[in-house]
Design a protein around this ligand. Structure first.
Ligand code: CUA
Length: 339
């Protein structure tokens, strides 16, 4: 293969890999929900209307440049009048076409937009509260004993409407899960509602889409869409208190957690830690990542995170708690068992 051929194949492979990567996790062009389907439909309508128009504009520009050169040389007043009449007719036709197409696009956008927030009469109710820089996720229920709180991970049952109340505790954020729907802002003092109806099981990624401070880019939301039975099992498990420590190491880790500054910000159900400044850690080890997508889950990552959160997420509200290496290890061992 020639050098140029190899480069072409390489570029094509890179684009294909990038598209494949996006398609499964975070792409509005790979819709996995009813709302994302509608948005993708509008996108396609706009693409197929705007691309031919763009090409027509370029063709018209090229023609006018060519004719312009000739017109400069034309001296016959009769020719010039004929040209001007033709241009006038062309402009009227062109303006009418543009007005018609724009009206069509506005109509398509209106129809899609109207469909986005329609929810069934008894949807799953969730409240997502944006914080600098993580997501608090609460599953609502008329029975207060069935309220569950988690962080940075949203589980949704396949094919069921989820009505998500969006709130913010500090600044304006925006939740965007491209595979499931469009963006919607989370505004302090106001509740917006996002309806999601996933049509494909899998793992997706949401991201804050409104600049909200230093760690705006590190504000990811892992989204898990699963069948109704798996979702029910997950939710039942989330309702349970945290696993009690069952070894000397994890017992020591729990004592470190409750004795150090950790418990002043975090809560772990089943212990005396009940603060709400930081993410709920009752089932932290069941989540895919920590720090809102900064590090993967796991004992090593937890230890590294606790040692120096500012190194992994500069500006984050969590300070480095003064612990010696042994205490940090015990704490990480305890947290890593909280599945
Ligand atoms: Cu929150 Cu950007």
């Amino acid at each position: 293969m020639s050098g140029r051929g190899a480069i072409r194949v390489g570029v094509a492979a890179a684009i294909a890999a990038a598209l494949a990567g996006c398609n499964t996790v975070q792409s509005m062009l790979a819709p996995a929900g009813e709302q994302a389907d509608r948005i993708e439909w509008v996108w396609r309508v706009m693409l197929w209307v705007c691309v031919p128009i763009y090409v027509l504009v370029l063709v018209a520009l090229a023609l006018s440049l060519r004719r312009g050169g000739r017109a400069d040389r034309a001296e016959d007043p009769g020719d010039r009048q004929r040209d001007e009449r033709a241009i006038g007719r062309g402009l009227v036709g062109w303006t009418a076409l543009i007005a018609l197409l724009l009206t069509g696009l506005v109509g398509a956008s209106f129809v899609a937009d109207r469909d986005l927030n329609r929810a069934a009469s008894a949807p799953l109710k969730i409240k997502v509260t944006a914080r600098q820089w993580w997501w608090s996720v609460q599953y609502l229920d008329d029975d207060p004993s069935k309220l569950t709180t988690t962080a940075n991970e949203l589980h949704l049952p396949l094919g069921r409407d989820a009505r998500i109340e969006l709130a913010s505790n500090d600044v304006i954020h925006s939740l965007w899960i491209p595979a499931l729907s469009g963006k919607l802002d989370l505004i302090p003092g106001r509740t917006n509602v996002l309806v999601l109806t996933p049509t494909q099981a899998g793992r997706f990624r949401g991201q804050c889409a409104e600049f909200c401070g230093l760690q705006h880019a590190h504000m990811a939301l892992d989204v898990v869409v699963e069948d109704e039975a798996s979702f029910a099992a997950w939710r039942a498990h989330q309702l349970e208190p945290a696993k009690a420590p069952d070894s000397d190491e994890t017992r020591a880790g729990q004592a470190v957690f409750l004795g150090a500054a950790c418990a002043t910000c975090h809560s772990i159900a089943g212990t005396t830690a009940a603060a709400r400044n930081g993410p709920d850690l009752t089932h932290v080890a069941s989540r895919a990542s920590i720090g809102a997508g900064v590090l993967p889950s796991g004992r090593d990552a937890l230890a590294r995170w606790i040692e120096d959160p500012q190194r992994h997420k500069p500006g984050v509200n969590m300070p480095a708690v003064p612990l010696d290496a042994r205490e940090r290890d015990q704490l990480a061992a305890y947290l890593a068992e909280l599945r």
